[in-house]
Design a protein around this ligand. Sequence first.
Ligand code: PLP
Length: 387
Amino acid sequence: MVSHLLEHFSAQLDQLKQQGNFRQFTTNIQQDRYIQINDRRMLNLASNDYLGLNSDLQLREQFFDETSNEQRWMSSTSSRLLTGNFPEYEQLEASLSLAFHGRSTLLFNSGYHMNIGILPALADSKTLILADKLIHASMIDGIRLSTAKYVRYRHNDLVHLTQLLQKYHDDEAYDRIIVVTESIFSMDGDETDLAELVRIKKQFSKVMLYVDEAHAIGVRGEQGLGCAEQYGVIEDIDLLVGTFGKAIASVGGYLICHAIIRDYLVNAMRPLIFSTAQPPICMAWTNFIFQKVLNLNSQRQHLQQLSTYLQQTVINQGFDCPSSSHIVPVIIGESTKTVAKAKALQDAGFYIMPVRPPTVPQNSSRLRISLTAQIKQSELEQLVTLL
Ligand SMILES: *Cc1c(COP(=O)(O)O)cnc(C)c1O
């Protein structure tokens, strides 16, 4: 019998189970483009390893061959402001700055740290934040930790954003307005028109843009620098952020910005100042992978072709599919139905995860198909006959 202190939590869990929204960890074994769970081997269609670099054994071997044991620092044992600033940090920042047209770079332990840290450091009570309705939870948490007032605009509705800018821009309560969005959105797989967003920004002198490229870095643009490269707006996004934990097959976050903003954050951003920096070996690995990613255009093109094929097929089968990227949701609605469908597909050898509230809005539970450059066209053709 559980104690009275635990009863409350136990009842909450029972409720989640009833709604089909209970979650738990599963262990898995991954190999190449397959994932094995409970002795069942399935094609992995739930991975963020969009370029297949994390499962590339040759890459791993090359990295360790090139990195001597003396260089394999497994901890930094301190924040970068104390003794944690190993040369590997400076090297990775220099690589990113070089690729991103000479702008300044600042690194973070994770995308979550990045998004909960930058906004509270930059946004004070004289700041207004205008945020897309569907931004990632980490940015919402960052906004909540800041003292700024914030208003959400309808998802990907730049007309609504413009109306809000017109309404608030001349309000003397605000010295700055920060517009916060993603380039490719993680749950719908749709994307912001960054060229239009930049055009709008240029009409309002108080506005700074904050764009999260977590799902676009590595995948979009000639060199894989993200949608900002693809749309030709690298210089125009004041706070261009992304993460290394997806296509870059590593861990961490980065910000591309003006040198003044970088200096300011080093002095003001709490998750940067009060957390031990990532191990230097992670910086070395991220840099190694980043150099490779610059040249993976054929993988990016293959991924693009797979994506277009799947989006069109899903729509032809009568499903709602807002995607224009490699993240292709099949929106079903009800949680229990979605979970059952995901299980059926898993039984057939396709590892696809159901996504339910609160990750997505009520009644928009979905199968979230996440494509990687390792998937073959023939495998997708098999999958779509089962949808
Ligand atoms: C994954 C993700 C993050 C979090 O990054 P981590 O490095 O995993 O902490 C932040 N923003 C978006 C849009 C993401 O998809």
